[in-house]
Design a protein around this ligand. Structure first.
Ligand SMILES: Cc1cc2nc3c(=O)[nH]c(=O)nc-3n(C[C@H](O)[C@H](O)[C@H](O)COP(=O)(O)OP(=O)(O)OC[C@H]3O[C@@H](n4cnc5c(N)ncnc54)[C@H](O)[C@@H]3O)c2cc1C
Length: 403
């Protein structure tokens, strides 16, 4: 039976993540929003702390998320709860600052890909390095099947050619998980992911992009011209199984979409708390007696924001819970991301409006959170794409029939 209570074993981690959000992120939040592209050295200490937690078996990092799978004896994996735990930790970190949370060393989206599809030997090698994720290209965003970056085998090396844009942590990460096609004629089944160590011959950082939000996070354009990597740097099998389609690589999204939904919830909750505090100071105290229609309009709006946030929270928890129990969750992961992404932008922008001039000025972080939250409704699949995936799942249609 599905259980959406916060598990006891996650409580310490949530408290620690909240403390980091409050004591480490919040004080430097504005500084690194303004000093875009400057690495926040304060995070080195945090990375060491997270490594310690992982070694101590506490988990809770992005490199710890994966679908529960059957073990060799046919039983389910004993260790469960990593997706949910990581999600709940991520909510708290992003309550502190989403851009900084994306900049914690060794917690990149590529780490989730390694966790989802790498072999045990590869996990040993790259499970604890900092891995960014490079799917998007100038001509391939939402339609990731359209990617043009190629990979072909030459002797003992893969040779990669193409350009990737919007690579989060693309400059700072130790390696990049790059999606490339082995054969453009074979469609999505031929798309594989590769671990490309930073500084590989033929790999070049073209530029860092200036952005509206999450400005503490570096977003890179990277070019690959005859970039050579060892043969065993392919994640998963090199075999092209046209029946399976995207298969392996898409598993990553089932784990990361609920996390991004959780990030949106963290930012939105931060905004909601601040606006509630402001309303209290103005003499408007929340009271859940009676209907919203009998209350001041500003409070009725706050109750609506709270309800949206709670609905989003339950959906992301459900998607993560399913992953932890080895139950297919693609539809739920997309539902959760769509709902939480939309709620994030709604709540943060509404808080700016309700706060009046204090909402738009930089004295408060409300305007920053409204900027930060938009990306959480875009990357890892936009709002519209999530709804498309849900519609396909509900109607039983393939991507060729509903696009
Ligand atoms: C700050 C930032 C960080 C990022 N980090 C990463 C990263 O680390 N790695 C990575 O690979 N990518 C990353 N991305 C890229 C991100 O995933 C893409 O921007 C996103 O997938 C959308 O692709 P696009 O921008 O090309 O938009 P497009 O695909 O061109 O879409 C444009 C608009 O059309 C809508 N649309 C497209 N197709 C349909 C359809 N079939 N039906 C209805 N509406 C549709 C979209 O929802 C969107 O609103 C990042 C982007 C940003 C801005």
């Amino acid at each position: 039976m599905i259980q959406l209570e916060i598990p006891k074993r996650a409580r310490a981690l949530i408290a620690q993540a909240h403390q980091v959000g409050e004591a480490v992120f919040r004080p430097i939040s504005r500084k690194y929003d303004t000093a875009e592209h400057t690495y926040a050295k304060e995070l080195d200490m945090l990375a060491a702390l997270m490594d310690g937690m992982a070694q101590g078996g506490q988990g809770g990092g992005v490199n710890d998320v994966a679908q529960a799978r059957e073990d060799d004896s046919g039983g389910k994996k004993k260790k469960r709860g990593n997706n949910l735990q990581t999600l709940l930790g991520m909510v708290e970190l992003c309550w502190g600052d989403a851009g900084l949370a994306l900049t914690i060393p060794r917690q990149g989206l590529g780490n989730a890909a390694v966790a989802a599809v790498a072999s045990p030997d590869q996990k040993e090698r790259w499970g604890n390095v900092w891995a960014a994720m490079a799917i998007t290209e100038p001509g391939a965003g939402s339609d990731s099947a359209a990617i043009r970056t190629t990979a072909h085998l030459e002797g003992d090396e893969w040779v990669l050619n193409g350009e990737k844009i919007f690579v989060t942590a693309g400059e700072r990460a130790t390696g990049i998980v790059v999606w490339a096609t082995l054969d453009k004629n074979l469609g999505r089944a031929a798309i594989k992911s590769f671990f490309v160590p930073q500084g590989s011959p033929g790999m070049r950082l073209v530029r860092l992009d200036h952005k509206m939000g999450i400005r503490a996070s570096d977003t890179a354009v990277i070019e690959f011209v005859n970039c050579r990597i060892p043969k065993d740097n392919i994640l998963g099998s090199a075999e092209i199984d046209t029946k399976k389609g995207f298969g392996g690589v898409m598993q990553t999204f089932d784990n990361t979409r609920p996390l991004v939904g959780g990030m949106a919830i963290g930012v939105a909750r931060a905004s909601l708390e601040v606006i509630q505090g402001m309303l209290e100071k103005a003499g408007l105290h929340s009271s859940y007696e009676g209907t919203p229609w009998t209350q001041p309009a500003a409070l009725a709006e706050v109750y609506r924001m709270e309800a949206e946030l709670e609905a989003s929270r339950l959906l992301v928890m459900k998607a993560a819970w399913l992953a932890d129990h080895g139950i297919p969750n693609s539809k739920e992961a997309s539902m959760a991301k769509a709902k939480a992404g939309r709620t994030g932008t709604y709540v943060t922008l509404r808080a700016v409006e309700l706060a009046g001039d204090a909402g738009y000025a930089q004295n408060e972080l409300l305007e920053k959170w409204a900027r930060d939250s938009k990306i959480l409704d875009i990357f890892e699949g936009t709002q519209q794409i999530q709804l498309l995936i849900v519609a396909r799942a509900v109607l039983g249609l393939k991507s060729t029939h509903l696009r």
